[in-house]
Design a protein around this ligand. Structure first.
Ligand code: ZN
Length: 465
């Protein structure tokens, strides 16, 4: 089966070129201006931008947390991803019953027969026991080449510095990249207890109990621990200028520190948490939303590659029933936002159209960099031999984000009514048209598990960028 995309502008992480793209079965076969070839199907994509399918390396589908489970399973979550031009996700499996292997098995089962698009897993280590540390090699052998440690959420996910250091050191033997959720969980716990004692129970207290300094301090500490371990580290969901500057400063010294931010930290502010009634709960995520000044620093960090990736940290909960668990106590509001579907139009509108990113920057931070850094060897580029994961972006297509029209299984969107110009017109996954601009055409179960290589993060000491 051959498919030809004619007349578009192919965008890579570094430049743009007018080229037709020829796909054979699962792979990209050729890429050339005025390509002379025949195909079983042809699409006229003139006037559009042809991008590699987006990679979302930070999602939480069907994840048990805070007494509930995230609202999207692997079917609805990946269907929404497909509609938004994302063709690969890396979801966070959690250590389960003390075991990394059991955690991986549990997530494999959740995804099996459900996913519309390809997927991999990170493994979040919530209790770095000697057994768990030993098992790191087992999951690496199964293609899980990245881990995560939470420096926050005391009493549930949080691991202490000793555990983080041991996990970092272990990757000298196993290879792989350690990611951290960088907030000072002890300080936040004290802040929450005191706020509740003062009678502050509403969603806005979520922001005031997690000031940027709690993120900055944990980020700096993580950098030190990585230095001592002589291993690289990756800071997930950087939300503040203060934390971004810690990463930039370490990188200026050549320390191998990497990081991501997320769509919502580039576009929404903590003012949303002060909405009347309990509406602010719709915007509760950790770290919390920050300020416009933080947005500009984060955009600039992406542009300059101090942060290399923009993910969604999709962690969806319904407002009715789930967010409402915290109606009398903000600390019981499930943390997370439904965002997997709208990264491309938001980055295009508020990044590219606003002059903050080039289209190549968008491709780099939302596709090429996550694919390369997380060892997805056939993803993240439009080049011969790569998987034919392709998004045809119509820069003139209007999209008004609204909960009624979205594919995510939640009853709201934090971007209700936002207008974007530029959205996915066609989405291909391994050569198969899975979104035609209106409907998701694929069935659950067509997505495949993708074992990952080490990328740049093999075993041994790594002390330089
Ligand atoms: Zn997350």
């Amino acid at each position: 089966m051959r498919t030809l995309l004619r007349g578009g502008t192919v965008v890579t992480a570094t430049d743009q070129l007018r080229a037709d793209v020829l796909v054979e079965d699962r792979r990209i076969l050729a890429l050339q201006q005025d390509l002379e070839a025949t195909a079983d199907q042809e699409f006229d994509v003139s006037g559009t931008l042809v991008l590699p399918g987006l990679v979302d390396s930070h999602t939480h589908l069907a994840m048990p947390t805070m007494g509930t489970v995230t609202a999207d399973d692997f079917a609805s979550g990946t269907e929404a991803a497909a509609a938004g031009g994302t063709t690969t996700i890396i979801d966070f499996a959690l250590q389960t019953d003390g075991s990394l292997r059991r955690g991986l098995a549990a997530w494999e089962e959740r995804a099996d027969g459900m996913a519309h698009i390809d997927y991999g897993f990170h493994l979040a280590i919530t209790e770095a026991t000697p057994d768990a540390i030993a098992e790191m090699a087992d999951v690496v052998a199964d293609g899980v080449t990245s881990f995560k440690i939470f420096m926050a959420f005391k009493g549930s996910f949080m691991a202490d510095d000793e555990q983080l250091l041991r996990v970092l050191r272990r990757t000298r033997e196993t290879g792989g990249l350690v990611q951290v959720h960088a907030e000072n969980g002890d300080a936040i716990e004290v802040n929450i207890t005191e706020a509740l004692a003062r009678g502050e129970t509403s969603p806005f207290a979520h922001a005031t109990t997690r000031p940027t300094s709690t993120e900055q301090e944990a980020t700096a500490r993580a950098v030190h621990l990585a230095r001592w371990a002589k291993r690289p580290i990756f800071v997930v969901h950087v939300s503040s200028a203060d934390a971004a500057r810690e990463i930039q400063a370490a990188r200026d010294e050549g320390v191998p520190v990497y990081g991501e931010t997320c769509t919502h930290y580039l576009t929404l502010t903590e003012d949303e948490l002060a909405r009347p009634g309990f509406e602010g709960a719709k915007y509760v995520c950790s770290p919390p939303l920050r300020s416009h000044a933080d947005h500009e620093v984060l955009w600039s960090a992406l542009r300059q590659r101090a942060l290399q990736i923009c993910t969604t940290d999709h962690c969806p909960f319904t407002f009715c029933g789930q967010k409402q668990l915290g109606e009398d106590d903000f600390s019981k509001i499930p943390n997370g936002l439904p965002t997997i579907e709208h990264r491309l139009p938001l980055l295009f509108q508020h990044g590219v159209r606003a002059g903050r990113l080039s289209v190549s920057d968008l491709v780099a931070v939302a596709s090429t960099n996550p694919a390369r850094m997380f060892g997805l060897e056939r993803k993240g580029a439009i080049a011969p031999g790569f998987d034919a994961d392709i998004v045809v972006l119509d820069p003139e297509k209007s999209l008004t984000i609204n909960a009624q029209a979205q594919h995510m299984a939640v009853d709201y969107t934090p971007f209700e009514g936002w207008e974007c110009r530029g959205a996915a017109a066609l989405v291909f996954s391994r050569g198969e048209l899975i979104f035609d601009g209106t409907e998701v055409l694929s069935q659950p179960g067509r997505g495949e598990y993708v074992p990952r290589s080490f990328g740049d993060f093999g075993p041994g000491e790594i002390t330089r960028l």
